[in-house]
Write a protein that binds this ligand. Structure first.
Ligand SMILES: Cc1ncc(C[n+]2csc(CCOP(=O)(O)OP(=O)(O)O)c2C)c(N)n1
Ligand SMILES: [Mg+2]
Length: 367
């Protein structure tokens, strides 16, 4: 038997900066924008501090379950800085830096994780979709958004994110398939943080990379060091340019590491080693970008102190705003789903309203 090669593929990998913030190759031209680099670093620090506060609010019973993004900040910053205002973000639940840069207010984030639906009603970026907790369903929504852009002839892109675990789901593969066959203006960013709750990446899939899942759908895939702000930003930017130019979708696998528990409802010490966590801290993105900025004389101890103080102030103000937001009335749970509410729900809504006098364990209360 003589077999010929029918198709060959390779999966590119990129990074610019090593674990110590030293360059391994020349940076792309956009990186000369110092304001942009400083905004990236300042956002990462603010969000890291906010994230820690959010965990503390859950631990003290002032907020619901919360998924920390500790260690994965560079990915969201890259997305948030690179998207155009009129692109649409279809996030999962670890995209706070992207959402923040898009205009989602931090108080909206606290309201959402505090169980208040008004936290998904983004005042400054109303077309962005809310956090998606069901795994991978947002991929189909993103394919729909991208299809609408294409049909209307709009030069806009749908940017969707998910985790490594989500890439095993049918919704993920089906969305990739239409993104390829319809040449959709779509950017898919997979935050490969190495874990899906307690399931490690190596038992998640036999695929050597997640990026190569793009090949089966006929779209391009790239793997980048997702802890390298420059690498992930460059990949997102290139993918967006391509989408805006009508040249189709891109899948970006961003290698990262989940330094925290899966959520506040998890205890990762039960399934992963101290050594692995320690190695994760040595690769984390914030320190890395800071070291780079220091070598460029763009950052100093004084600037760091000022930033920490400013972040603490912002967070304190936002938390107070959250505490001071009166809860929604219980009957609001019936609102916003139906244009015309079915009669049975109208009845239940009236009943809920009549029971609203209960003070015991009042729904929607943040305290
Ligand atoms: C459809 C669905 N199945 C199961 C779950 C429970 N669940 C929540 S998070 C998660 C793991 C997701 O892992 P990954 O996609 O790697 O994202 P990560 O949380 O690591 O960022 C699972 C199984 C869910 N939310 N939705
Ligand atoms: Mg994961």
């Amino acid at each position: 038997m003589m077999m010929q090669k029918t198709f060959d593929f390779f999966v590119p990998y990129n990074r610019f900066m090593n674990e110590q913030g030293q360059l391994e190759q020349a940076l792309p031209a956009w990186s000369r924008d110092q304001k942009r680099l400083l905004q990236a670093y300042e956002t990462m620090v603010l969000i890291r501090n906010f994230d820690q506060k959010a965990v503390a609010l859950q631990r003290t019973g002032k907020m619901g379950t919360y998924p920390s993004i500790l260690g994965q900040e560079a990915i969201g910053v890259a997305i948030g800085q690179s998207m155009r205002k009129d692109d649409v973000l279809i996030p999962y639940y670890r995209d706070l830096p992207a959402q923040y840069l898009r205009g989602v207010r931090l108080v909206e984030t606290l309201l959402y994780w505090g169980g208040d639906e008004r936290g998904s009603c983004y005042q400054q970026c109303p077309e962005d979709l809310p956090n998606c907790v069901p795994i991978a369903t947002q991929m189909c929504h993103a394919a729909g958004v991208a299809t609408a852009f294409k049909i209307r002839g709009e030069k806009r892109a749908a940017v969707v994110t998910c985790g490594d675990g989500a890439t095993s789901k049918g919704d993920f593969l089906e969305s990739l398939n239409v993104a390829g066959v319809w040449q959709l203006p779509m950017v898919i960013v997979v935050n490969n943080n190495q874990w899906a709750i307690s399931t490690p990446r190596k038992v998640q899939s036999a695929s050597q990379t997640i990026a190569q899942k793009a090949i089966g759908a006929g779209i391009s895939g790239i793997q980048v060091d997702g802890n390298d702000y420059f690498a992930i930003t460059d990949a997102v930017q290139n993918a967006l340019e391509k989408a805006h130019a009508g040249k189709g979708a891109t899948l970006i696998e961003a290698l990262s590491y989940r330094l925290g528990d899966h959520t506040t409802a998890d205890d990762a010490t039960r399934y992963r080693s101290k050594e692995e966590l320690k190695a994760g801290w040595e690769r984390e993105p914030v320190q890395r970008l800071r070291q780079y900025l220091v070598t460029q004389n763009l950052w100093s101890e004084d600037k760091e102190k000022a930033l920490q103080a400013k972040s603490a102030d912002i967070i304190e103000t936002v938390v107070q705003e959250y505490f001071n937001t009166p809860p929604e009335p219980p009957e609001s749970m019936f609102d916003h789903l139906f244009a015309d509410m079915p009669a049975t729900l109208v009845e239940q809504r009236i009943e809920a309203k009549s029971l609203a006098g209960y003070t015991d364990n009042q729904p929607g209360s943040h305290h």
